[in-house]
Design a protein around this ligand. Structure first.
Ligand code: TYD
Length: 138
């Protein structure tokens, strides 16, 4: 399976009527895990790169509920970029996949749904260590 296939873009149900729009995301339904944690990133700007980690245990879905940002996704061999620019659009990041989030618009609110509670030690923040753990050491 290609990296893109492993990290699909997911379009959520977007119910709109004259009152506005409503996006629905349900754990184990529109996304492939039970949601244990939610956090959001805002007040980053176009000069900032966030993320820069892979996770041994956590799966994520990233959604720009306002504004836009980009996510660079790599497994050390393949790489691709997703622009998150719609509130009903998310990208799924499985375990042991490296991600960088960047190019945040001034109004960006990047919502992250996670499959685990926070455990700092399951984050791999060193890219060389990441390559070693997935067996892609150069
Ligand atoms: P960090 O993982 O560096 O954020 P990003 O993925 O955007 O680069 O997290 C920033 C800080 O917040 C760091 O001190 C750890 C803390 N944090 C928690 O305490 N709980 C969490 O669920 C997350 C995601 C971060």
């Amino acid at each position: 399976m290609s990296l893109r296939e492993r990290c699909p873009v997911i379009m959520f149900n977007d119910f709109g009527d004259e009152r506005g729009k409503l996006v629905v995301i349900e754990g184990n339904q529109s996304i492939p895990f039970e949601i244990k944690r939610v956090f959001y990133i805002y007040d980053s700007d176009s000069t900032i790169v966030r993320g820069q980690h892979a996770n041994r245990e956590s799966e994520f879905v990233l959604i720009n509920v306002a504004g836009t940002s980009k996510v660079r996704i790599t497994d050390g061999r393949e790489e691709f970029i997703v622009e998150l620019n719609k509130p009903m659009m998310g990208v799924y990041i499985p375990t042991m996949v490296w991600k960088d989030m960047y190019d945040f618009s001034p109004d960006s609110v990047l919502l992250v749904l996670a499959s685990t509670h926070y455990i700092g030690s399951e984050y791999i923040r060193d890219y060389e260590e990441y390559l070693k753990e997935i067996g892609h050491e150069k």
